[in-house]
Structure formats: C-alpha cells, structure tokens
Design a protein around this ligand. Structure first.
Ligand SMILES: [Zn+2]
Length: 206
C-alpha cells in the first residue's frame, strides 16, 4: 500500500515537472524528450573545389569598384566632360554595374572571406570549409530522425523568422517536415524542439 502511494507520487511529480510540450504528448514527444541527434557529414555530398575561381571573381569585383570610384571622382572634377561624357553619366552607368557585380560575386566574396581554421560556415543548405591547402570543401550534414517509426533524415535549414532571435539554424526531417524538428547546437548536437513556422506577416494582422 505504502509502495503504491510512493509510485503514484513519483509519477505525478515527473509529469508536473516536465515541460508543457511533454504534457501535451503530441507525436510521441514524450518518448523522445530526453534524446538527442548528432549531425554528421554525409560523405556522399563532400565536394572539394579550388579557390582560384572564387579569388578571380573577388578580384573582378574589386577592380569594378575601383574603376567606378575613379570614374565618379573624375566626374565630380569635371574631367569626363572633356572627353564628351556628360556630367552624371558615370554614376548612372556604373552604379547598376557595381550592384550587378556585387550580386554576381556575393558567394565568391563570402568564400574568399572564410578562414582556414577548421570551422565550417553554413550557406544555402551546405557547409563550407576552407582547407589548409587553400581549397574549399562543401558538404551536407545529416542526422537520423528519432521520432518513433520515422525513417527520415534531418537536414539543417535556416530557422523560421519568428525563431531567429534564438536560433539561426534548425534541423528539419525529410519525412516529418516541420512536425519533426530539432535544435542545431554549436557542437553538432540537436534536441527535439517545436518551432513557430508562421510567417511574420500574420503577427501584424493579429
Ligand atoms: Zn522524422
């Protein structure tokens, strides 16, 4: 009798001390609340590529900006009008070209800025590393979903807008989608967590 009572107290204590998410017991969350996943490099997605093309594009952008700056400066001094170019034309023509080049070379400039310190940076679904030999390596990180009876693979995606204050990246299951989501910690570990996937616009209407 006494033992039974102790058991009852233990169980209710466990439930009341649990997070709200466990009490709701949705999608078997109770059974996986204490588990975690470990994101690992998917070897089949590893790609090594040279840094030369990225450096070249970075160089082209720098040259474009220098030429544009010099032209605008010459325009301000009125030098260009001597060779028949109207005042202001340099800015009108070179402004859009600079913007276009900035867009085209964005990824390359980002790659060139990476440090060969063994760290990986995330961009458009892939992780990028600068290797000690100067080349780049890109790959996908995956983990097996731990939700019961789910064979999905968890891929890392940017966090939804409403979670950005606390998370930059989240793990999302290939089968369960936004019902099977995880945190992405700095050490490559993920914990089951539900996120708010509603777009920001709805907040304004409410
Ligand atoms: Zn899943």
């Amino acid at each position: 009798m006494n033992d039974d009572r102790t058991n009852t107290v233990d169980i209710s204590g466990m439930l009341t001390n649990s997070p709200v998410i466990v009490n709701q017991n949705q999608d078997g969350m109770q059974s996986i609340a204490d588990t975690h996943i470990e994101y690992a490099i998917d070897e089949s997605t590893v790609r090594v590529f040279p840094q030369k093309p990225a450096e070249k594009m970075n160089g082209i952008f720098v040259v474009t900006v220098v030429i544009a700056s010099l032209s605008v400066f010459a325009d301000m001094l009125g030098v260009l009008s001597y060779i028949g170019i109207q005042k202001g034309m340099a800015i009108l023509l070179l402004g859009p070209i600079c913007l276009l080049m900035a867009l085209i070379t964005k990824k390359d400039r980002w790659l060139v800025s990476l440090q060969a310190d063994g760290s990986a940076q995330f961009s458009d679904g892939l992780w990028y590393e600068k290797l000690p030999d100067g080349n780049f390596m890109s790959y996908v990180k995956r983990a097996k979903c731990v939700y019961p009876k789910c064979n999905g693979l968890v891929r890392i995606v940017p966090a939804p807008p409403r979670e950005r204050y606390n998370h930059s990246l989240v793990g999302k299951c290939s089968v369960g989608g936004i019902r099977h989501t995880y945190t992405v910690d700095y050490n490559g570990i993920g914990y089951p967590r539900e996120f708010d996937w509603r777009p920001l616009e709805q907040e304004k209407k409410a």
